[in-house]
Design a protein around this ligand. Structure first.
Ligand SMILES: [Zn+2]
Length: 77
């Protein structure tokens, strides 16, 4: 499924948030997603929510999964 707002910037920010687990990075990512045309309230609210994000949070999985599948052997258990 092609997702138009999965831009280079969004993916870069998603990777950053994934690496840092910093709430600020999630807020920046939410802004970038919205700017790129993402109107999914669930996603945006999740990113801006006050709960702590875990590594592998579903939003990050959703944004990064195609990248990670590409070029990496399926060794993840
Ligand atoms: Zn999350």
């Amino acid at each position: 499924m092609p997702v138009p707002w999965r831009t280079e910037t969004v993916r870069r920010l998603a990777q950053k948030a994934y690496d840092s687990c910093d709430r600020l990075d999630f807020l920046i990512l939410a802004d970038a997603l919205e700017e790129a045309g993402c109107q999914c309230a669930v996603t945006l609210q999740h990113l801006r929510g006050k709960h702590p994000h875990i590594r592998g949070c579903w939003v990050l999985e959703w944004l990064l999964e195609p990248e990670r599948r590409k070029g990496r052997p399926p060794t993840r258990s």
